[in-house]
Design a binder for this molecule. Structure first.
Ligand code: DSN
Length: 418
């Protein structure tokens, strides 16, 4: 019997789409740094009957009856989150990273207050105060950039800017920054100007859990994260807080921003947190970084210019113009070659966001498949070939077939084919 037999019977159209997506995820080298493969256990929890239950409120204080198991589940997820990250207090109800960040703004600020975050084109996130986001509209947003020459965070400049602008909230964290973030420095800047410090560790949560990146938890008033990137859980969000801000922020999540929590997601977060507390996960987190370093070195050898010259974490930002192309074009050609990444702006990009200079790649998903340093050299070889055949769609299809063959040796967690 097929593992999706019930969907096959009920809805063959959706069945086909899921099966095709499984095949795509199995046959491609997935390098989008915010994506991963969850375990079958996480998938089962996501598909569990907890999806049937409404639970507005918090454990012991709900607005619906029938919470005998939901309360135990949410308590368990919160306890595991606190233990794994050494936090005072956790909230696993945010639907994803953006609502988690919004809850922090809503809980700690008044509209019009000044917030300071890393500009989106320099590797920040929409919800760190970018102008098209609610966070750049309802608040007075001051954006910092990376250093014009090193393309790294410049803590002296950020401190100066904070002194001048007097933010109520400073946000650290990134979606396209390949270096370690000094969270202690951010906290000292926040303390100097009397600001709250929010660390958004969505991209690196799994590295932090594994001890492969310094933790923001001891330093930040509140840490936000998604649960589905390096942490390898379901799509969801989570907040880790100091006790002093916990009540305000919990109230901002519910009833401030959200109704009922997604209990099936809570179940899967609990499973993922258990998995992330194992020695195997520690090894996984360190291997993500080793793979990223090996891939960065191999790409440099093939003539690709990397922003900051390399990486300390899971992510690499490539300046595609260094190989005579541009981000959008290279991302599309790589996709046709069976290698999936995304176009991305590079710091001080002269090109537009929908046709930027760079591409962003990362190693969380391929490391989940057991790829190691030798495979990173093979991957860099595929990148170089993609450049050589950039206008030749037939040759790109040949590479895609080779990539699919290469992937067969690396079972993908949660994917039941191959
Ligand atoms: N969209 C996520 C990413 O790809 O980095 C950030 O929210």
């Amino acid at each position: 019997m097929h593992h999706l037999e019930h969907i096959r019977q009920t809805d063959p159209e959706v069945f086909d789409l899921i099966v095709n997506e499984e095949k795509r995820q199995f046959e491609k080298i997935r390098l989008i740094p915010s994506e991963n493969y969850v375990s079958t256990a996480v998938l089962e929890a996501t598909g569990s009957v907890f999806t049937n239950k409404y639970s507005e409120g918090y454990s012991g204080k709900r607005y619906y009856e029938g919470q005998q198991y939901v309360d135990l589940l949410e308590d368990l997820a919160n306890k595991r989150a606190c233990e794994l990250f050494g936090a005072d207090h956790a909230n696993v109800q945010p639907y994803s990273g953006s609502p988690a960040n919004l809850a922090v703004y809503f809980g700690l600020l008044k509209p019009g207050d000044t917030v300071m975050g890393l500009a989106l084109p320099h590797g920040g996130h929409l919800t760190h105060g970018w102008n098209v986001s609610i966070t750049g509209n309802y608040y007075r947003s001051v954006q910092y950039t990376v250093h014009p020459e090193t393309h790294r965070l410049d803590y002296d400049y950020i401190r100066e800017l904070a002194r001048k602008e007097q933010p109520k909230l400073i946000v650290a964290g990134a979606t396209a920054y390949p270096r370690i973030i000094d969270f202690a420095a951010f906290r000292s800047i926040a303390d100097e100007v009397g600001a709250f410090f929010l660390a958004d560790m969505a991209h690196i949560a799994g590295l932090v859990a594994a001890g492969a990146h310094p933790s923001p938890v001891p330093h930040a008033h509140v840490v936000s994260t998604t649960t589905h990137k390096t942490l390898r859980g379901p799509r969801g969000g989570m907040l880790l807080m100091k006790n002093e801000v916990a009540e305000q922020i919990d109230r901002a999540v519910f009833p401030g921003l959200q109704g009922g929590p997604h209990n099936h997601t809570t179940a899967a977060i609990a499973v993922a947190l258990k998995e992330a507390a194992t020695p195997e996960f520690r090894e996984y987190g360190h291997q993500i970084v080793k793979n990223a370093r090996a891939l960065a070195e191999a790409l440099v050898e093939k003539g690709f210019k990397l922003i900051t010259g390399g990486t300390d974490n899971h992510l690499i930002l490539i300046d595609a113009t260094s190989r005579g192309t541009r981000g959008r074009k290279l991302a599309k050609v790589l996709d046709r070659c069976g290698i999936v990444c995304n176009m991305n702006t590079i710091p001080f990009d002269p090109r537009k966001p929908f046709d930027p200079s760079g591409i962003r790649i990362g190693t969380p998903a391929i490391t989940s498949r057991g790829m190691k340093e030798p495979e990173m050299k093979t991957l860099a070889g595929f990148f170089a070939r993609a450049i050589d055949i950039i206008e030749d769609k037939e040759a790109q299809a040949v590479v895609a077939a080779e990539v699919a063959e290469f992937c067969k040796a690396f079972p993908a967690p949660g994917i039941r084919i191959g």
